[in-house]
Ligand binder design. Structure first.
Ligand code: ADP
Ligand code: MG
Length: 350
């Protein structure tokens, strides 16, 4: 016998489901920015300009000079699982992109208002379209423009006041936005990046891009000579397991109260606990207690070895042979740190 005590199970409305799902994916402006910048880079851009208002919460604008979006594709641009990068499930393991699979713009459009202006090289004018909750709001309108795409994200979490209140101060959100731009600028030195607050005409970060610019040059521009002069390059390649990596790491002369670890795996900015712990362990033997290094690591692994089904919000990735790769990296860095000397003796083995 049914009684009033048992609550009924009902299916949530689709709009509610989408908003909940999107809120898990886009947690803060810097998450959205990372996805939008990756799209710009995937589109072959040579220039990416970012403007943020109120830490990106009021407004986040990403302008690129990439290949643009075809006018025909605009109506479905912000629907879930619409993508130009993937055709069948098997492609997931070979495309080398992980994170979102046609979900980024959809998710962002569920937590904010999105305006897209875009022009391809075949178009005679640009088009502008607005999106809310995945749907294009009215037809795209022709407008003036140049080749590339500008995406404006406004009033993030307007429909989720709790989430909005739970976020840090705008200044902290802004710092996270800037940090994402800095990291991509280092990894893509040939692309010119800029990032500024809407209230200022002066950029907080500008890299010029072009063939001659190196990661080291960008690091020096962003972090200054004090860090840059203490960095040494390292690289490592292996057949079994197959991987390769390059990067820059600080010498024992450089110390910081917190670790900076900039990790790109197959050109995506990610986190890895095991790699982070491996680095800390190496430097423990050459730095005083409570002092930490600065390390940039660009790792290439077989795309099939990365778990692409780790939830897209998670910056943390899992990949095969993590422990072996971490160990080889330790050996390489330790050898170089030891030849560099430094003021301390090396007592502990790893
Ligand atoms: P994904 O990147 O996984 O395909 P997104 O939701 O991030 O999914 O983007 C959907 C599609 O929109 C992309 O596949 C791409 O074709 C197009 N797109 C998004 N941003 C840009 C951009 N800045 N320049 C060109 N195309 C873009
Ligand atoms: Mg994307």
């Amino acid at each position: 016998e049914a009684s009033a005590d048992q609550p009924r199970i009902v299916q949530l409305e689709e709009a509610v489901i989408n908003r909940i799902a999107a809120g898990e994916v886009v947690v803060r402006p810097a998450n959205a920015l990372k996805e939008l910048m990756e799209n710009s880079l995937d589109a072959g851009s040579t220039r990416v300009a970012i403007v943020a208002k109120s830490g990106g919460l009021k407004m986040l604008r990403i302008e690129d000079d990439g290949h643009g979006i075809r006018a025909d594709d605009l109506p479905i641009l912000c629907e879930r699982f619409t993508t130009s990068k993937l055709r069948k499930y098997e492609d997931l393991s070979s495309i080398g992109t992980f994170g979102f699979r046609g979900e980024a713009l959809a998710s962002i459009s569920h937590v904010a208002h999105v305006t897209v202006t875009t022009m391809t090289s075949g178009d005679d004018c640009a088009r502008v379209a607005q999106y809310s909750e995945s749907k294009m709001q009215g037809p795209a309108r022709p407008c003036a423009g140049t080749r590339g795409t500008t995406i404006v994200v406004e009033d993030m979490f307007y429909n989720n006041p709790t989430r909005r209140q739970a976020l840090s101060k705008e200044s902290i959100e802004h710092a996270k936005v800037l940090e994402v731009v800095q990291r991509y600028a280092i990894h893509y030195p040939k692309v010119g990046f800029s990032c500024r607050k809407n209230t200022s005409s002066v950029s907080e970060l500008t890299t010029v891009g072009g063939e001659d610019v190196t990661a080291q040059g960008v690091i020096s521009t962003i972090y200054g000579q004090n860090l840059a002069k203490e960095l040494f390059p390292y690289s490592l390649a292996s057949e079994e397991p197959k991987f390769s990596c390059t990067g820059f790491a600080s010498s024992p002369n450089y110390m910081s109260r917190s670790l900076t670890f900039i990790l790109f795996i197959n050109n995506r900015l990610v986190d890895s606990g095991p790699l982070k712990r491996a680095l800390e362990a190496v430097y423990q033997s050459v730095l005083p207690r409570h002092q930490h290094p600065w390390v940039y690591l660009a790792l290439e692994v077989n795309p099939a070895a990365i778990d692409v089904n780790v939830h897209p919000t998670k910056m943390e990735v899992q990949f095969l042979h993590e422990e072996t790769i971490a160990q080889r990296l330790q050996e390489t860095l330790l050898a170089q740190l030891q030849t560099l000397g430094g003021s301390r003796t090396f007592v502990s083995a790893l």
